[in-house]
Write a protein that binds this ligand. Structure first.
Ligand SMILES: [Zn+2]
Length: 402
């Protein structure tokens, strides 16, 4: 298969958080597949993989991708799928708003800004918490008027850097929220600085991102993919907050979302305390986590090889990220009968360059003589429940912790 490195727009080997130019490459990902793409025929010249690598900054404890792919290439097929949130993402937003409620304690805001408002689900949940609610997302560009929602909500189809405060907002936001956006932004410090400049003095800012700390705890290197450019640790996010001249308030984790996303809040209040950058992550800890990840997948491969002689093998959960699991298994999953998935929109779809079909199982589908592996690791628990009700001969999980 050809590698399509022409889609690499640029390489970034300087830490975006602390400007350290001595980053360590901890994981090399040559010929790394794109994710989140479903096609009718796997045999395509499109969606070729591109080289990638994960870099670690031992100065501020941040991890980031080396290669920044052209967003037109990266998102052009997946954009349309982003218009409505998955059930996991909805529950994630519910958790975020519950966390926010513990911080604001009934306080009402003048102007709330959500960065990356997607399908407006959270924006609508926030509508009772402020006078004016603004949602920002370039996916709404040119169709802002289609965003039919509550009267006090306005949707701006633009990027943060394109906001014109005098025209777009009624006043400086005193609450800014953003979930699952800052891992996708090429230069998060620049964008965060623009947001802090935009914010009212004393404003509360709450952000949710995937966590490097939980990724390492769970050995989830399959969660490293082209679209997530940044992997924040608690330490690197606190470093960012401090470098913006703001004050950390609190953080928590949502353990049922991506194994543990990080929710972190800070205020636009200058911090006069000495900043203590606690360093919890060592290069050795990262290498150990990668070794555990590889050992578990190697053991999974051995178990699959035994099962292949005994039973049909199915996957369950046609997750967007399944191509990264297949990549780390060094397999195209051609030994698999099909990937089962209850999502109608994925029925009969395939992943680029993987000769296995996603099938919605019929009501009388039997797995009695088959082995099944969990293909969507971030939905492992609900899938396990479903599999137990289907009672397959064997159930396999590629990793040993969920
Ligand atoms: Zn750094």
């Amino acid at each position: 298969m050809m590698t399509s490195n022409s889609v690499i727009k640029y390489q970034k080997d300087i830490c975006v958080i602390c400007d350290n130019d001595n980053l360590e490459e901890v994981l090399s990902l040559p010929n790394f597949p794109l994710t989140g793409i479903y096609v009718d025929d796997y045999n395509t010249e499109k969606f070729m993989p591109a080289d990638q690598a994960l870099l670690f900054c031992s100065c501020c404890q941040h991890a980031q991708l080396l290669n920044h792919l052209d967003p037109v290439y990266l998102y052009h097929e997946t954009y349309t799928h982003r218009s409505s949130l998955s059930p996991i993402a909805k529950r994630g937003n519910d958790f975020f708003v519950d966390y926010l409620d513990t911080l604001i304690n009934g306080r009402k805001f003048k102007t709330i800004l959500e960065v990356g408002c997607n399908d407006l689900y959270m924006l609508e949940k926030l509508s009772s918490k402020g006078e004016h609610i603004f949602g920002l997302d370039p996916i709404w560009e040119g169709r802002e008027s289609e965003a039919k929602t509550y009267e006090n909500i306005s949707v701006l189809g633009k990027f943060v850097e394109d906001i014109n405060p005098a025209n777009d907002l009624n006043s400086s936001p005193d609450l800014i929220v953003s979930t699952h956006t800052f891992e996708h932004i090429n230069e998060p410090k620049e964008v965060m600085k623009q947001l802090v400049d935009l914010a009212a003095p004393g404003a509360l800012i709450a952000i949710e991102v995937p966590s490097l700390d939980t990724l390492l705890e769970l050995n989830r290197f399959d969660q490293v993919f082209h679209q997530h450019i940044h992997y924040y640790s608690l330490a690197s996010f606190k470093y960012l907050i401090n470098s913006l001249g703001c004050t950390y308030v609190s953080h928590t984790y949502n353990y049922s979302y991506w194994g543990g996303t990080m929710l972190i809040a800070f205020e636009k209040i200058s911090n006069n305390e000495n900043f203590d950058n606690q360093k919890n992550i060592t290069r050795r800890a990262i290498d150990s986590s990668i070794s555990r990840f590889k050992a578990q997948l190697s053991s999974f491969n051995d178990l699959i090889n035994i099962q292949r002689d005994l039973s049909k093998i199915y996957g369950y959960g046609g997750a967007q990220m399944l191509p990264t699991i297949a990549y780390h298994l060094d397999s195209d999953l051609s030994w698999c009968e099909a990937i089962l998935d209850d999502d109608e929109s994925r029925n009969n779809k395939m992943y680029p360059h993987m000769p296995v079909k996603i099938i919605k199982p019929s009501a009388d589908f039997s797995l009695a003589d088959s082995a099944v592996f969990i293909g969507a690791l971030d939905s492992a628990r609900p899938i396990l429940n479903r599999l137990i009700s289907l009672n397959p001969k064997r159930i396999l999980h590629p990793l040993t912790i969920m």
